[in-house]
Design a protein. Structure first.
Length: 248
């Protein structure tokens, strides 16, 4: 079996003298590893494309007896040189991709994940100033929304009232719904201000690449962080602890 696809490279390593393994995100197959035999020396087959954070058009075959993916040739589509010049941006992208690797398994949602990653890389690549330290939280929320855990942030799930007409709304984490103040019970929900709701609504309708330098005020940061942490722990089963993504 053979296929040709636009992918994003996460990591590249060398084994033996001239061979590489490549960890990449495919829009149809998810995050997979392939092998580029002779990849370190073949300029004809992999002309400068085997580097992390490149978008590459790969021609891939299944290898002998379908035991592994063999990368036959690659063409560089985007190298994101502006992003790679800045260690801060590279570190932040690495943080987001590690999170993606922790939660995204299998093929479902891979095209959406690919779009999200490409938009993020493009956003950082074109950013002249420093990235927002809050961006990884925004990325996590957008990823959860795109991986099947989207929320209606406009209407109360119970009475259908417009949430923005109230000062705040309650998010029932386990049910994955928002409720207006009249419909929230006594416990079991997180309170989000209308400003935080407006951010979530805006996030659902804009590309993630536009958020790379967005810095919210302190109370909005706290509110969005609490929501992201609780929502992602429950629905995606992971959490950030001491700079590591852990299963919980
Ligand atoms: Zn209601």
């Amino acid at each position: 079996m053979e296929f040709t696809e636009k992918v994003v490279i996460f990591r590249v390593g060398t084994f033996r003298e001239n061979d590489c393994w490549v960890r990449f995100l495919s829009p149809s197959r998810g995050i997979v590893t392939g092998f580029a035999f002779g990849g370190r020396k073949s300029k004809r087959r992999f002309c400068g494309c085997l580097d992390h954070l490149n978008q590459v058009l790969f021609r891939v075959s299944s290898g002998k007896r379908n035991q592994y993916l063999s990368l036959e040739e690659g063409t560089l589509l985007q190298g994101f040189a502006g992003l790679k010049k800045d260690p801060l941006k590279v570190g932040m992208v690495g943080n987001c991709l590690r999170f993606l690797e922790a939660v995204h398994t299998g093929e479902a949602g891979s095209a959406e994940a690919c779009d999200l990653v490409l938009s993020m890389l493009g956003g950082f690549d074109g950013l002249a100033g420093p990235p927002s330290p809050f961006f990884p939280i925004i990325f996590r929320i957008a990823l959860a929304f795109g991986q099947g855990y989207d929320l209606d942030v406009v209407h109360c799930a119970s009475c259908k009232a417009v949430l923005q007409e109230h000062a705040w709304a309650g998010c029932a984490i386990e049910e994955g719904v928002f409720l207006c103040p009249s419909c929230t019970g006594k416990a079991g929900y997180i309170r989000l201000s209308w400003q935080a709701l407006a951010v979530l609504h805006h996030l659902r309708t804009t590309e993630i690449g536009k958020w790379v330098d967005w810095v919210p005020g302190t109370s909005l940061q706290r509110s969005l962080y609490t929501f992201a942490d609780r929502y992602i722990r429950y629905h995606l089963g992971v959490a950030d602890e001491e700079n590591r993504v852990v299963r919980c």
